[in-house]
Design a protein around this ligand. Sequence first.
Ligand code: SAM
Ligand code: SF4
Length: 332
Amino acid sequence: MMVREPLFDGHGRRISDLRVSVTDRCNFRCQYCMPADGLPWLDREEILRFEEIERVVRLLAEMGVTDLRLTGGEPLVRREFPRLVAMLAAIPGIEDLSLTTNAYLLERDADALVEAGITRVNVSIDSLQRDRFFQLTRRDSLPRVLRGLEAIARHPEVRPIKVNAVALRGFTEEEALPFAEFARSTSYQVRFIEFMPLDGDRAWSRDQVLTGREIREIIDRVHPLEERPREPHATARVFRFKDGRGEIGFINPVSEPFCADCNRIRLTADGKLRTCLFSLHETDLRTPLRAGASDEELETILRNAVWRKELKHHVGERGFRQPPRSMSAIGG
Ligand code: SAM
Ligand code: SF4
């Protein structure tokens, strides 16, 4: 494998984690992500081809990116997605190849994805009650999603399997204890994510954020928790149940930002490099890719973009501006 200089931003953070959005399309319409009518989809030719994604990932792997997560939109709606997974799994230097999915199509694809080389899967589930799941995702699909989760769990080589729930005030308080029971009675790692201002409806407000701390207090009153040491670059604070039955995590980007050791960059489905979820600026890679840029030219573009990675986000501060793209178009 060709080895290039490691990739650093201008604040001294070494970049080793890449999230690639493989499509902006989705079969769900989660309230906190997409408008009920969806969004205008990208045209086919605007979307990076598999070979283009592979080239960018290979270059970044040569610069020290080891962790790759595939997301969207809903990654499993991209045609021949397992074939892309296999192409990326074959890139030297990629040590961890994970997937974030709503699991609607996971029962269909689980075997093919494991065969292709997926090593970890996160499934998004915001409620364990069918009607409330329907309310939030605007799809009556909880049973099918749970079948998808079970289908991937049948593969012991895919671990850990995480279940992520977005926490919304006025909704998730009721989910806290059922999810705690779920975490205690299964091998899934459950994590709550604070609602961020990346919704397609642009209706976010700070008072709709149910903080990780509040959920933790609800759970701790019934099942006492104790914090585990934080791993480097981890986005979640993880707590174990004191009686030893499982653990539960909290991703608190709004109430406790973890920008200081952020090692992450993102590639959108249309080939833009984003250095922060909340970036107002992005770097076009698709044009140089299609204009025949050399690896060295692309490397320079990547390094210059990464050098300008934002020090931190400003969610909740005065003057914060929500980026033009919402979560499904960025790749969460
Ligand atoms: N469709 C896949 C899924 O839902 O897992 C992958 C893409 S989705 C954009 C990735 C993650 O972002 C999901 O866990 C979703 O719940 C989360 N998400 C979406 N909008 C969010 C928001 N406004 N705040 C916090 N998390 C959000
Ligand atoms: Fe689709 Fe995931 Fe956004 Fe829900 S969170 S609308 S499943 S992209």
